[in-house]
Design a protein around this ligand. Structure first.
Ligand SMILES: [Zn+2]
Length: 431
């Protein structure tokens, strides 16, 4: 089930998207108070925006814009809204996304082709181990996608390894939809309860929220840890509420495939210009076919690299490599730059590290400082030195290491109202 447009030539895909772009510009000009105003204020003549290269004539949309003018982005009357979703905003208050009936159909299509991309068929049964409620989009998207694909779904929800295993053994799902580090918890539970995980029938996992791969697409520490205990095919996915769209790996596992019927992709530098092919830049997206809250040149804040070489699966669409990090969380440290996910990869290597947060701050001479707060039963000087040595060897940085009790770290990870654990505390932005 590969959509025809994804097998089309690069030129055909571009022409197809340029057509869709015209429709989008006309739509937001008429229905979005925000974009209508932006076009007017910037004296933009929409008839001059014809190709994807013309996009650079349009201003970008930031997370702050979304938060400040949230209601102005809405293109439909309230009576047309079916589902309300929120994301945590950068300025504090959550940003609301409204989905119409048509948007839910689009979401279902998106997820169905993403599952198909990972090789899932109508004969498969998927177990959902993530939240479907709490104003999240992801869980709902998975449910709709599985239904559209004609596969089966077991909605267990987040946490509770006991119920997860009860469901796996009872219903024999072939895939799990899961945050990768939760797979480690399932492995641990199975060990304690003498469950033979490799006889469970689960053959793969659709993974969200955490990176599984290094930049060369080999499995990172977390990915290796999982597959060394459990013979699973791991598929990375990358998605966000703002995009309404997922990038999912195919069986080649060489980056998440772009679905050109759903989204326009730009990889931009700080001046909002495209980076050179193969360079790292900020993923910037324009949604196609969204009715409730379409976005134009939305800067996601995620730093990525795009791959355009034809994929062995037959799709001609570009692929996104693993997210290198959040643009805002870039750490400048003695001439090198790095992002927190690189540090996660090192910390995941130590089984004695139970939990941690990474704190980034400015020191009094104006450079960045990294402090890693760790909960561990082993708080020896030797262990601390061992962690530091790994950081120096692999990342050429030497962070401060502090040991704290598990509860303290949990408190830092789950501030009030937070739905996802906070792994990075960036004190630089508080100034
Ligand atoms: Zn592929």
């Amino acid at each position: 089930m590969i959509p025809k447009i994804e097998r089309a030539s690069v030129q055909e895909i571009k022409a197809f998207q340029e057509d869709k772009l015209q429709a989008l510009l006309a739509y937001v000009n008429t229905h979005s108070a925000y974009y209508n105003r932006v076009f007017k204020e910037n004296n933009i003549a929409l008839e001059t925006i014809k190709t994807l290269d013309d996009l650079t004539q349009l201003p970008v949309t930031t997370k702050d814009d979304l938060q400040r003018y949230n209601d102005d982005f809405l293109c439909v009357p309230k009576t047309k809204i079916i589902d309300y979703v929120t994301t945590s905003g950068t300025l504090g208050d959550p940003v609301t996304f409204a989905l119409t009936d048509k948007d839910l159909d689009r979401l279902a299509y998106n997820e169905a082709i993403s599952f198909a991309c990972a090789g899932i068929t109508p004969d498969d049964v998927l177990q959902l181990t993530t939240t479907i409620d709490r104003r999240f989009m992801a869980g709902l998207a998975y449910f709709l996608g599985v239904r559209k694909l004609g596969a089966g779904i077991i909605r267990v929800g987040a946490g509770v390894p006991e119920l997860q295993w009860d469901s796996i053994l009872k219903f024999k799902p072939s895939y799990l939809i899961v945050v990768p580090s939760f797979l480690l918890k399932l492995i641990e539970y199975a060990k304690q309860h003498h469950i033979d995980i490799n006889a469970s029938g689960v053959k793969g996992a659709i993974c969200i929220g955490e990176s599984l791969r290094n930049q060369d697409f080999s499995l990172n520490t977390l990915g290796q840890k999982i597959t060394s205990a459990w013979d699973l095919e791991l598929f990375s996915t990358y998605a966000s509420t703002e995009m309404n769209t997922a990038f999912t790996e195919c069986e080649a596992q060489q980056g998440g495939h772009h679905h050109p019927e759903l989204i326009i992709v730009e990889i931009l530098d700080d001046a909002h210009q495209p980076v050179a092919p193969g360079e790292v830049g900020e993923l910037t997206i324009t949604t196609l076919g969204v009715e409730g809250m379409p976005l134009l040149r939305f800067k996601t804040g995620d730093m990525v690299k795009a791959y355009t070489k034809v994929c062995s699966c037959g799709r001609n669409t570009l692929r996104l490599g693993p997210v290198i990090g959040r643009k805002k969380q870039m750490v400048k440290y003695k001439g090198t730059t790095l992002y927190p996910p690189a540090m996660d990869n090192i910390l995941n290597d130590f089984s004695d590290v139970e939990s941690y947060v990474i704190e980034i701050s400015h020191n009094n001479i104006g450079t960045d400082e990294i402090c890693i707060k760790i909960a561990s039963k082993n708080t020896s000087e030797e262990f601390q030195q061992n962690i530091k040595d790994h950081f120096r060897a692999k990342l050429r940085v030497s962070p401060k290491i502090e040991f704290h009790d598990f509860k303290t770290i949990q408190k830092l990870q789950f501030p009030k109202m937070s739905r996802k654990p906070v792994m990075v505390i960036d004190k630089r932005t508080e100034a």
